[in-house]
Design a protein around this ligand. Structure first.
Ligand SMILES: CC(C)(COP(=O)(O)OP(=O)(O)OC[C@H]1O[C@@H](n2cnc3c(N)ncnc32)[C@H](O)[C@@H]1OP(=O)(O)O)[C@@H](O)C(=O)NCCC(=O)NCCS
Length: 188
């Protein structure tokens, strides 16, 4: 798949491109290292399992042919009436953290999401990190997730002003189901 961005701030140039099925093993290994095997028990996993990422919104960061970053978004419904995306997981190889790659991937992902017509994004993560991209509790206050969540970590971002106004109730997965082995490599 074609390069869609580069990260010039990092000395050894990194390319961000659309995820490919061939990234499966490296992506899963990076996620295991970043989050541990407990990652499968996260509440957000209930919104990803058995589904494909939102079309055009799964990204891999590559340096010298090696996958060093992953970011994926998922289609959800925030309550009954509001279509949105779930951001995550995102992970960057430990040796490359704090050099701007995570931020570059998120900004790129949000830009693509907006260009594809998505109007809002939710996530569960550390507010001190995600606030810099505009995420806050606004829009998520009246939403529930299908499992335990620390409310301070349940955040939202409106890509279109007011997109989550009135959003209330359960968040549920709406993405396409993964069916084939090839699909599974693209799925969670
Ligand atoms: C979170 C993660 C993707 C950020 O990637 P990155 O390439 O290091 O991000 P950036 O370089 O754009 O930003 C780094 C800055 O964010 C800060 N930061 C990183 N994770 C943070 C967190 N959880 N809470 C608060 N700040 C955080 C760093 O301290 C650094 O601050 P500085 O710029 O003042 O030095 C990366 O640290 C990672 O893979 N972590 C393990 C997996 C994970 O926790 N994913 C997020 C789940 S919520």
């Amino acid at each position: 798949m074609n390069q869609i961005a580069s990260v010039p701030a990092i000395a050894d140039q990194i390319v961000i491109r659309a995820e490919s099925a061939l990234d499966f093993l490296a992506r899963e290994a990076l996620l295991d290292r970043a989050f541990g095997l407990d990652r499968w028990r996260k509440t957000c996993e209930r919104l990803r399992e058995g589904r494909l990422p939102a079309p055009g919104l799964a990204f891999s960061a590559i340096r010298g042919g090696v996958l060093v970053g992953t970011l994926r978004f998922w289609s959800i419904k925030a309550g009954d009436a509001h279509d949105a995306l779930l951001l995550g997981p995102i992970a960057v190889s430990a040796s490359l953290r704090s050099q701007g790659l995570g931020g570059a991937m998120i900004r790129l992902g949000l830009e693509h999401a907006r260009a594809l017509g998505h109007k809002a994004v939710i996530l569960v993560g550390d507010a001190p990190y995600y606030e810099r991209f505009g995420f806050s509790r606004v829009g998520a206050e009246h939403l529930d997730l299908p499992g335990p969540v620390e409310l301070a970590r349940f955040l939202a971002l409106e890509l279109a002003p007011g997109a989550l106004a009135g959003a209330q109730g359960m968040v549920r997965a709406t993405g396409a189901f993964s069916e084939s082995e090839g699909d599974r490599r693209l799925a969670a």
